[in-house]
Design a protein. Structure first.
Length: 763
C-alpha cells in the first residue's frame, strides 16, 4: 500500500488512536504493520477450518482488502486485533434487573466493557417507578432516572483503553410510569453526559397518537395497567425535547422484535449507543463497512458501479467479520457465549454521498433514493449468500434451529447487515460517513505550527479543477460557509448535485434512511440534521414519516440547539443580548475596572504535557475578575502561562465576554501535551480557557438559582466546596466543540465526530 492512499489527516488519526504504542505513547508500528497485524490475527481463525497455506493466502487477501481501503472493520478491531487486549467488538447490550444486586452487577459489567473499548446499551424499563414500594426494606424506589445517574458516574470514572470515555444508550419504554421524567432528564446538557437517550415507542402508542387517544401506563413489575396518559401530549413532549437539544431519540420496539432472529431467547429491549444495532441481553456485534467509492469504475461514459467488485468485496468482508467472532476476547464469559450462539455480524457501507457525487446524482432526489434501495438490496442479498456459503463449510449458527430462518437455507450468521456510524474509519477511508450526506464541503484545520489548512471534499475539488473554477479564495469561502448553495460563481448543475446535510430537506433525509432500512437486517444509524431555524412541526413531521416509512428509529439534531443553552456563557437560554444594549464605539478607549479587594474562586489542577498547571479563577459580584497560574515541580512554561492569565484578567475586567476569550484560547495546541495520551487539554492556554468557562458557567447557574451538580473528582482541587461548572466543548456530552482539539463537531450517524482530530463519542 502506498502511503499516498491515506490523507495527512487520516494519518494523524491513525497515529493518535490506532497504532500500537509503547508506555511513552510512541507508535511501535507503521500503518502497514497495523493492517498486517489485523489481517494475520483475523485470518488465524481459519485454523479451525483450513490448512496453513490457505491461512497465509487469506491473510494476504484481508490485508489487501483493508489497505486498498475497500473495507474497514470497526475501530476496536483495528486497535486490538493481534494485541493482548484482543477485544474486537464495538457494541454490547446488558440487562438491568429490578434489584440492587442486579443493578450493580450491571454497573460492574459495563465498567469492564468500557475499559475494554466497547460501548453499552441498556433498557431501564424493568426498574420500578420512583416512589414504588420496596418490600425488602419498606422504603421507596428512586426510579430509572436516578439509577441512570449512577451508571453515568461509573462511566465517567472509567477510561476506555486510555483513549476515550465510554458511550451508553439508555432506553425507557413509553408505557413506563416515569417516562416524562426520562424525556426531560437531559434538559440540562451537563446532566447524564455519558448517555444517548431514546424513548421506546410501541405500535399501540403510535396508534393512540394518530387517534388522539389515551394509552395505558404499565406497572414494570406486573405488566398490568396502572394509569393512563394522553398519547398526543406525550408525543409533543418528545418532539419538544428533541427540538430543544436533540434528545431523546425514538426507537420502535415492536419493529425491533418483529425482526428478532431468535424470539424464543427473549425480547430485544435495547440497542447499542448509536441506535443501529438491536441486541438481546449480553449480545455483542462486530461491525465493518464497505467503502462505496472504491466500488466505482471509470468507463468511456463516466463513472459507474462495479457490481462484480462489490460482490467480491462483500463475500470477503463477511468471511472477515465471521472470523472476528472466533478470535474475539470478550470482556465477559456470558457475552462470548451469547454472541457465538447467534453469530451476528453487521456489514455496512460508507462513502454513499461521495458515490452519488461521482455519479452526478443529487442526494435529495428520487434517483438518489432509488439507487439506495437497489444498492442496499444487492448488498443484503450478496451478504446473505456469502453467509450461506460459510454455513455450508462451517455449519450454521448454533441457534439456527429455533430461529426465524430455520425453514430456509442454513446461515452462518443470525444477522448480516447494519448501517453503522463510520466517523473515524471513513476519515481513514477518505470518504463521506456512512449513508449521510456530506456535512460540509470544506473544513479549515488548525495545524500545530499555527497555520491553517483548507481541506476540500475530493470530488468537489476534482470537479472545480476540471471546470477551471478552482481558486484558494473560493476554497476559503466554501470552508467558511460549508455549503456551495449561495456561491453564485459556481454553475447551477454543480449546485444541484453537490448538496450538503443542511441543503437536504428532512423529507429526503428520512426517505433515504427508509430506503436503506428496507434491506438491512439490523437498523440504520443516521442523523436528520435540521437548520437552526427549523420548527417543532418539522421535527414532528420527521418522526411521523419515519414511522410511516418503516424506519426502526430516528435521531435528529437542530443546528445550534445545544450551544444556545450551553455555549453562550453569560446569556440566558440562548437569548440574544437586549436590543437596547449599545455597542461599544469602534475606537473608544477601554479601561479595565479595578481589581476588587475581596474575591472568591476556584483553583483547579490540570495535567499538561510537562507536569501540572494550577489555575485559579476569582470572581466578584460583577463576574470573573482575575486569573492566575502556577506550575508544578515538573516545570512547563510559567512565563507564558502567567502572561496569558494576566491578559485574560485585564480583558475580563474590560468587559470582554468569557465566550470571546474561550473562543480565542480553546484548542491551541502544544506538542508536549498533544503527543501524550489521556490529556484533557491541548495546551496551557486551552486549559485556562476551559477552567474560566467552567467557572463562568457555575456563576451563571448560581445566579439563576439552579441546583448545582457536584464537581468531578478528577483533576479538581477547589479552594472551597464548589459545584460542577461545565461549558461547551468541555463535557463529552455538550458535543458542539471537540473536547480534545476544540474544533466544531458534526452530528451524523446517530453520533458526533470531529473531522479535525478524529474524536468520536461513539468510537
Amino acid at each position: 500500500m502506498a502511503m499516498t492512499d491515506i490523507s495527512k489527516n487520516a494519518m494523524e488519526v491513525l497515529k493518535r488512536r490506532y497504532l500500537a504504542k509503547n508506555e511513552d505513547g510512541t507508535p511501535m508500528e507503521t500503518v502497514e504493520q497495523m493492517f498486517r497485524r489485523v489481517a494475520d490475527a483475523v485470518a488465524a481463525a481459519d485454523a479451525k477450518y483450513s490448512d496453513k497455506a490457505s491461512i497465509e493466502g487469506l491473510s494476504d487477501a484481508f490485508f489487501e482488502l483493508m489497505t486498498s481501503l475497500k473495507f474497514l472493520p470497526n475501530s476496536p478491531t483495528l486497535m486490538n486485533a493481534g494485541r493482548p487486549l484482543g477485544q474486537l467488538s464495538a457494541c454490547f447490550v446488558l440487562p438491568v434487573g429490578d434489584s440492587m444486586v442486579e443493578i450493580f452487577d450491571t454497573v460492574k459489567n459495563a465498567a469492564l466493557i468500557h475499559q475494554s473499548g466497547g460501548g453499552t446499551g441498556f433498557s431501564f424499563s424493568r426498574l420500578r417507578q420512583a416512589g414504588a414500594t420496596v418490600r425488602s426494606t419498606g422504603g421507596v424506589a428512586s426510579g430509572p432516572v436516578s439509577f441512570m445517574r449512577v451508571f453515568n458516574m461509573a462511566t465517567e470514572a472509567v477510561k476506555q483503553g486510555g483513549t476515550r470515555r465510554g458511550a451508553n444508550m439508555g432506553i425507557l419504554r413509553v408505557d413506563h410510569p416515569d417516562i416524562e421524567e426520562f424525556i426531560h432528564c437531559k434538559k440540562n446538557n451537563t446532566d447524564i453526559t455519558n448517555f444517548n437517550l431514546s424513548v421506546g415507542l410501541t405500535e399501540a402508542f403510535m396508534e393512540a397518537v394518530e387517534k388522539g387517544e389515551d394509552y395505558d401506563i404499565l406497572d414494570p413489575r406486573t405488566k398490568q395497567p396502572c394509569g393512563k396518559k394522553n398519547a398526543r401530549k406525550l408525543f409533543d413532549a418528545i418532539v419538544e425535547a428533541a427540538w430543544s437539544n436533540g434528545e431523546p431519540g425514538i426507537i420502535f420496539l415492536d419493529r425491533l422484535n418483529r425482526d428478532n432472529v431468535v424470539p424464543a431467547q427473549g425480547e430485544i429491549e435495547s440497542t447499542n449507543p448509536c441506535g443501529e444495532q438491536p441486541l438481546l441481553p449480553y449480545e455483542s456485534c462486530n461491525l465493518g463497512s464497505i467503502n462505496l467509492v472504491k466500488m466505482l469504475k471509470k468507463t468511456e461514459f463516466g463513472w459507474e458501479i462495479d457490481y462484480q467488485e462489490l460482490r467480491n468485496t462483500i463475500t470477503l468482508a463477511v468471511h472477515f467479520l465471521d472470523n472476528v467472532i472466533d478470535i474475539n476476547n470478550y470482556p465477559l464469559e456470558e457475552i462470548g457465549r451469547v454472541t457465538r450462539s447467534t453469530r451476528k455480524i453487521g456489514l455496512g457501507v460508507m462513502g454513499f454521498a461521495d458515490l452519488l457525487l461521482h455519479l452526478g446524482i443529487p442526494y435529495n432526489s428520487n434517483e438518489g433514493v432509488d439507487l439506495a434501495d437497489h444498492l442496499m438490496g444487492f448488498i443484503n442479498e450478496c451478504g446473505h449468500r456469502a453467509s450461506q456459503q460459510l454455513a455450508a463449510l462451517r455449519g450454521s449458527f448454533p441457534l439456527f434451529g429455533e430461529s426465524i430462518y430455520k425453514d430456509g437455507p442454513a446461515l452462518r450468521n443470525g444477522t448480516v447487515t447494519t448501517i453503522a456510524p463510520t466517523g473515524t474509519i471513513s476519515m481513514i477511508g477518505g470518504c463521506s460517513s456512512g449513508i449521510e450526506p456530506v456535512f460540509a464541503f470544506a473544513y479549515i484545520r488548525n495545524v500545530m505550527d499555527g497555520t491553517h489548512l483548507v481541506e476540500v471534499n475530493p470530488v468537489l475539488l476534482e470537479t472545480l479543477k476540471a471546470r477551471g473554477l478552482y481558486s484558494e479564495e473560493l476554497m476559503e469561502r466554501i470552508a467558511k460557509e460549508g455549503t456551495i448553495a449561495h456561491i453564485e460563481e459556481i454553475p447551477e448543475d454543480i449546485h444541484k448535485v453537490f448538496v450538503c446535510a443542511h441543503d437536504v430537506s428532512p423529507l429526503y433525509h428520512t426517505r433515504m434512511q427508509a430506503a436503506f432500512q428496507k434491506h438491512t437486517d439490523n437498523a440504520v444509524s443516521k442523523t436528520v440534521n435540521f437548520r437552526s431555524e427549523a420548527t417543532k412541526e418539522e421535527v414532528e413531521e420527521v418522526y411521523r414519516l419515519s414511522y410511516q416509512l418503516g424506519c426502526k428509529g430516528v435521531t435528529i439534531y437542530r443546528d445550534g440547539s445545544r450551544d444556545s443553552q450551553v455555549l453562550n456563557i453569560g446569556k440566558v437560554s440562548g437569548e440574544e443580548k437586549a436590543a437596547e444594549e449599545p455597542a461599544a464605539p469602534a475606537f473608544a478607549e477601554v479601561k479595565p475596572r479595578p481589581r476588587p479587594a475581596i474575591t472568591q474562586g476556584f483553583t483547579e489542577r490540570v495535567k499538561i504535557g510537562c507536569g501540572n498547571l494550577y489555575i485559579t479563577v476569582n470572581y466578584d459580584e460583577n463576574g470573573i475578575c482575575e486569573v492566575f497560574t502556577s506550575t508544578g515541580k515538573a516545570g512547563g512554561c510559567p512565563s507564558q502561562s502567567e502572561a496569558t492569565a494576566r491578559l485574560v484578567s485585564v480583558a475580563l475586567r474590560s468587559g470582554i465576554s468569557v465566550q470571546e476569550i474561550y473562543d480565542q484560547l480553546k484548542g491551541i495546541r502544544c506538542p508536549s501535551t498533544i503527543r501524550q495520551q489521556g490529556m484533557s487539554c491541548t495546551s496551557c492556554p486551552d486549559a485556562i480557557a476551559k477552567v474560566v468557562a467552567k467557572v463562568a458557567k457555575y456563576i451563571e447557574e448560581h445566579k439563576a438559582g439552579a441546583c448545582p451538580q457536584p464537581m468531578e473528582a478528577e483533576r479538581r482541587t477547589p479552594v472551597t466546596h464548589a459545584p460542577k461548572a461545565s461549558a461547551a466543548g468541555i463535557s463529552s456530552d455538550n458535543m458542539h466543540f471537540c473536547p480534545e482539539c476544540g474544533a466544531k463537531l458534526e452530528h451524523e450517524g446517530g453520533c458526533v465526530i470531529c473531522r479535525s482530530c478524529g474524536f468520536s463519542k461513539c468510537g
